[in-house]
Design a protein around this ligand. Structure first.
Ligand SMILES: Nc1ncnc2c1ncn2[C@@H]1O[C@H](COP(=O)(O)OP(=O)(O)O)[C@@H](O)[C@H]1O
Ligand SMILES: [Mg+2]
Length: 247
């Protein structure tokens, strides 16, 4: 078992919805103590992969383990050590944000703590309002506050900042960096590379249900370096342009 270094392992994961093959071949690991960015355009298969990891969807084939345990068979054990924010956030419309945060915490055997209050303040959320009055960003704040005030070993966030304004995105990113600095592991999905490249130790790029690249940003910059050679009449000019693009 490679649990020491690897906290999450996906090997040749496939997932079909009827005849449609949403995940064709997903293989990557998340190491203990790192922030792993799971990057790819809309519809690439990020949420489907994460739903398999969370034991919500059953894989068609492949091996998927967290803490060395099978994500489908050992879901209860895994979830005791995991905290996550799903991509589609559903909140009870007639409960207030504060009630829902406490409910999420209770469902995971946690309690409202001073850390919860600190996060409510940082994310500037009015917890007295009913969820039906919340914007997408406020709904995301509710799930983020609950997830971040849970003490876990591994945190999984599925496009958590897509409805947040830039200031709140900064708050979130700082929280994730703090988690990492305290030894936690993080899987963070996004469809915007620039949003996460600053924080991630390694990234995996997914496209049309396949992982097309995994590594550190430096390794990928090397792989995708384009060289443009421009020659002029007077001098010979060589320009090396390094760029990273979402393929
Ligand atoms: N329950 C489902 N039934 C059928 N197709 C699905 C289902 N869930 C996702 N898909 C399809 O699988 C593909 C990957 O979707 P998803 O994992 O949500 O992508 P991402 O999160 O990267 O935007 C898309 O083509 C989507 O339409
Ligand atoms: Mg998604």
């Amino acid at each position: 078992m490679t649990e020491d270094k690897t906290i999450l392992e996906i090997k040749n994961l496939k997932k079909n919805f009827g005849k449609f093959s949403a995940l064709k071949d997903i293989t990557f690991n998340v190491h203990r103590g790192e922030i792993f960015g799971f990057i790819g355009p809309n519809g690439a298969g990020k949420s489907t992969t994460i739903r398999v990891l969370l034991g919500i969807l059953k894989k068609s084939s492949g091996d998927v383990t967290i803490f060395g345990n099978d994500v489908w068979k050992d879901t209860v054990e895994i979830h005791k050590r995991l905290s996550y924010v799903p991509g589609d956030v559903y909140l009870w419309p007639n409960l207030t944000g504060g009630e829902i945060i406490d409910l999420f915490l209770k469902m995971n055997n946690n309690k409202h703590s001073s850390r919860t209050d600190e996060l409510i303040k940082k994310f500037d959320l009015d917890v007295t309002k009913k969820a039906r009055t919340y914007s997408k960003g406020n709904r995301q704040k509710v799930t983020l506050i609950a997830a971040l005030s849970t003490d876990a070993e591994l945190y999984i966030f599925d496009e958590p900042t897509s409805g947040l304004d830039p200031i709140m995105e900064e708050v979130f990113q700082q929280e994730v960096i703090d988690l990492k600095n305290s030894g936690k592991s993080i899987l963070l999905s996004s469809h915007i590379l620039s949003e996460v490249e600053r924080m991630c130790d390694r990234i995996g790029i997914i496209r049309e249900g396949k992982i097309i690249e995994t590594g550190t940003l430096d390794e990928m910059r090397h792989l995708t370096r384009s060289q443009i050679i421009v020659s002029t009449k007077k001098a010979y000019l060589k320009l090396a342009v390094t760029h990273m693009c979402m393929i």
